[in-house]
Design a protein around this ligand. Structure first.
Ligand code: ADP
Length: 288
C-alpha cells in the first residue's frame, strides 16, 4: 500500500517525493492512521483501511472539503488525495487548549451552522463511522431526522438481529409521536459535522478548533451540540458563546436526548448490544 500512497503523493507534490518516516497516530475507532514525513519537509496524515465500504474515503474527502469552505468556521484538514483504501490529508498538530479555545470554538461552530441550503440532506450519501448514512433530500426537518436518521438505524439494527422485539416496538411508538417532542419551528437546514464527539475535534497550534472525521450533511444544527455532550462535555464557556452567537430555541435538553438516540443506535450497529440499555432508557423517558 505504501507504494500506492507514494505514487499519489508524487501527483500532489513532485515525481521524486519520498516517504521518509511513518508514525502511528492513536485515537481512531474505525481506520488505521499514520503521520507521514515526506522528503520535501511536509507532514501529511494518512487514513487507511483494507476493506472500507464503497466510496468511503471519497465521501470523507468530499465532507472535509464542504466543511472547509466556511472561512469563519472551525479549521478542517485539507484532503490532498485518496483512492479506495486510503485518504491523505493535511496533518494538523494538536495542542492543549487555553481558556479562550472553547468560546472561540462555540462562535466558529455557530458560523458554520449558519450555512444553509433549501432542503435537509445532501446531494450524496456518506457514512457515520463505517455505517451508511442516508442524506435523501427533504423539505421537512422532522421527516428527515425521523426517517433517514432514526428509522434507518432502527431497521439496520433489526436486520442485524441486534434489536429486541419489545424495544423495536417502543421505538415505533416514539417515532410516531416525534412531532409532539421535536418542535423545529424557525430552524433551517444547517451545515453540520454530524459526528462531533470529543474524539473528532481538537485544538491546533494556534488555538483554533479543528474538526475532522465528519458525517457531513445539511441537518439540525443542535445535533452537533448534542453529540458533543454524549461522551464527555465541553465547558459551559463553549455553550455560552455558541448561544450568544446563534441561540437555540427553548427545549434543547429534551431534543438533545432524541438527537443522541441516532448515535446510540449507531453504536448498537457498530459496536454491539452493550449500547441497548442507553437506547432503552432514552425511549422510556418519552413513552411513559
Ligand atoms: P477514525 O475514522 O478511525 O475514527 P479519525 O479520523 O477520527 O479516525 O482519526 C483518528 C485520530 O487521528 C483523531 O482522534 C485525531 O487525534 C487524529 N487526527 C485525525 N485527523 C488528523 C489530521 N488531519 N492531522 C493530525 N491528526 C489527526
Amino acid at each position: 500500500m505504501m507504494e500506492d500512497v507514494r505514487v499519489l503523493l508524487a501527483s500532489v507534490y513532485s515525481p521524486s517525493i519520498e516517504i521518509l518516516s511513518t508514525q502511528s497516530v492513536g485515537g481512531g475507532s474505525i481506520n488505521q492512521t499514520l503521520l507521514l514525513t515526506l522528503s520535501n519537509g511536509e507532514k501529511v496524515f494518512l487514513k487507511h483501511n483494507d476493506h472500507p465500504p464503497q466510496d468511503f474515503f471519497k465521501r470523507e474527502a468530499a465532507g472535509l472539503r464542504l466543511l472547509g469552505q466556511s472561512a469563519t468556521g472551525p479549521r478542517v484538514p485539507r484532503p490532498l488525495a485518496w483512492q479506495s483504501r486510503f485518504l491523505i490529508m493535511e496533518f494538523i498538530q494538536e495542542q492543549a487548549p487555553s481558556a479562550d479555545f472553547y468560546p472561540d470554538f462555540g462562535r466558529a461552530l455557530a458560523d458554520m451552522h449558519r450555512r444553509t441550503q433549501d432542503r435537509y440532506g445532501l446531494d450524496h450519501d456518506n457514512h457515520i463511522g463505517s455505517t451508511p448514512q442516508k442524506n435523501t433530500l427533504e423539505k421537512d426537518g422532522l421527516t428527515f431526522f425521523r426517517d433517514h436518521r432514526l428509522r434507518f438505524q432502527q431497521k439496520l439494527a433489526r436486520d442485524r438481529g441486534r434489536l429486541p422485539k419489545s424495544l423495536d416496538l417502543k421505538l415505533d411508538s416514539l417515532f410516531k409521536k416525534l412531532d409532539t417532542i421535536l418542535d423545529l419551528t424557525g430552524e433551517q437546514p444547517a451545515l453540520v459535522h454530524g459526528d462531533l464527539w470529543s474524539g473528532n475535534y481538537f485544538c491546533d497550534a494556534s488555538q483554533r478548533a479543528c474538526i475532522f472525521d465528519p458525517a457531513v450533511h445539511f441537518g439540525l444544527r443542535e445535533t452537533d451540540l448534542a453529540m458533543m455532550e454524549l461522551f464527555g462535555q465541553p465547558p459551559q464557556t463553549f455553550y455560552k458563546a455558541y448561544q450568544e452567537a446563534f441561540p437555540s430555541p427553548f427545549g434543547y435538553s429534551e431534543r438533545r436526548e432524541i438527537y443522541n438516540l441516532y448515535h446510540l443506535l449507531n453504536h448498537v450497529n457498530l459496536f454491539g448490544s452493550s449500547y441497548l440499555s442507553s437506547v432503552e432508557s432514552t425511549v422510556n423517558r418519552f413513552i411513559r
